[in-house]
Design a protein around this ligand. Structure first.
Ligand code: NIG
Ligand code: FE
Length: 404
């Protein structure tokens, strides 16, 4: 074996086929890794010999975390906007006045590839240090063909440099850029004709920000349909600031996930349940924009799977730590500990169409994190989520290699 994680006090496989509850709890086990895959899971006393060993006594081991919604490639700073919003300025009003997302677009367009990549690598390294091994990254701070493609390319290069699995999402319809302001319809036509054909080669998914101050449901539907025709799977920013009906529309089109959902109504919940759409909850954005919680109880009752992601970006959610988001999802949205931990692992992987990720089983990818509970706490799942930022990752392994 290449590597063996020994003396694991508590293993959470997140594998509901293992017969050990939804979290797949096992105690006193070891995990052996060969050629980037989990080769063996069993009692520590029977652990096979390995070239390298990690001692996980007192620790929990779980699958590497999956962050299924980020905007991790950008340049520039929105610290001034943060202060404006603390003083009462409105997020959408700032965007409509040409700031917000559009100020990040200006800074990102003028940054070199090298600068964008350096910034992205730093952000992804910080995420890896907290236990993330798979990340989704959206474009949407270019809003022109060249910069949209640059962002997607940089996302893949930066993730490869850090050792993360990455899925990229084309979000040319994130905002109407300044030069197209007088001609929204013209910008949508430009996304379809000039951005999507180039971006599709660098992306796995297409996404649209449908909201007040952004795009309409009709515009969103046109772009998602074109993305699907270009071979991309669908996801959407829906029902964040205002209720629009975007979630129901995207669910009917077969979107993998609808994200945000603070303003989701019963029709949207019903459509998501019927079409098997995953709800991606983004408690960082909810906290910073002071939004109400999404209808978690109704989503749960309808059987809609719940994922949790950071939405890492410099405006609505300057948060890259999935542990913090798991805690916020419990405290501010009402998720259970089980739901939050599945939401940052197995369900998040499903939201990226990566069914082998986010769970630990023999033959699956050797992506895992060794975590020490907060001081004085037992190696129990709840202790990882109870303390805000309190989980202490001591090793992050991606495809069998220690990356943090
Ligand atoms: O997911 N809602 C739109 N897009 C991002 C925010 C991006 C930004 O503010 O720069 C989001 O919250
Ligand atoms: Fe987002």
């Amino acid at each position: 074996m290449d590597l063996c994680i020994r003396a694991i006090e508590t293993l959470l496989t997140m594998d509901d086929t293992s017969g050990a509850g939804r979290l797949g709890v096992r105690r006193g086990v070891a995990v052996a890794v060969r050629d980037g895959r989990v080769a063996w899971i069993g009692p520590d006393a029977e652990a096979p010999a390995a070239d390298n060993e990690i001692d996980a006594s007192g620790c929990l081991v779980l699958p590497g975390l999956v962050d299924c919604h980020t905007h991790a490639v950008w340049a520039g700073s929105r610290a001034g906007e943060f202060e404006q919003r603390l003083a009462g300025a409105d997020y959408t009003a700032i965007l409509e006045a040409g700031g917000g997302i559009l100020s990040t677009v200006r800074a990102t367009r003028s940054a070199s590839d090298q600068r964008l990549r350096t910034l992205a690598v730093e952000r992804l390294r910080a995420m890896a240090a907290r236990g993330t091994t798979t990340v989704e990254v959206k474009s949407g701070y270019g809003l022109d063909p060249e910069t949209e493609v640059r962002i997607l390319r940089v996302a893949r290069e930066a993730a490869a440099e850090v050792g993360l699995t990455v899925r990229t999402t084309f979000l040319g319809a994130h905002a109407v850029p300044a030069e197209w302001r007088p001609d929204r319809a013209g910008y949508v036509a430009h996304v379809l004709a000039d951005q999507l054909p180039l971006a599709a080669a660098h992306a796995d998914f297409v996404d649209v920000y449908v909201d007040r101050g952004a795009f309409t449901v009709e515009e969103g539907e046109t772009i998602l349909r074109a993305g699907a025709a270009a071979g991309l799977d669908l996801r959407i920013h829906a029902e964040q600031v205002a209720h629009t009906g975007a979630a129901a529309m995207a669910a009917r089109l077969g979107a993998l996930s609808c994200d945000h959902l603070e303003q989701l109504d019963a029709e949207g919940i019903e459509a998501m349940a019927r079409h098997g759409t995953i709800a991606v909850l983004l408690p960082g954005a909810m906290l910073y924009l002071k939004d109400p919680p999404p209808p978690v109880a109704a989503l749960r009752e309808a059987g809609v799977p719940l994922a949790v992601a950071t939405d890492l970006n410099p405006g609505s959610s300057p948060v890259g730590d999935l542990w913090t988001c798991a805690t916020l999802a419990c405290v501010t949205m009402g998720l259970t500990v089980e739901e939050a931990l599945l939401g940052v692992t197995a369900v998040a992987a499903d939201a990226l169409a990566l069914p082998q990720h986010g769970r630990l089983r023999e033959g699956g990818p050797a992506d895992l994190v060794v975590v020490r509970p907060p001081p004085g706490e037992q190696a129990h799942a709840a202790a990882l989520v109870q303390f805000l930022g309190g989980a202490q990752p001591v090793a992050t392994i991606a495809r069998g290699v220690q990356i943090a």
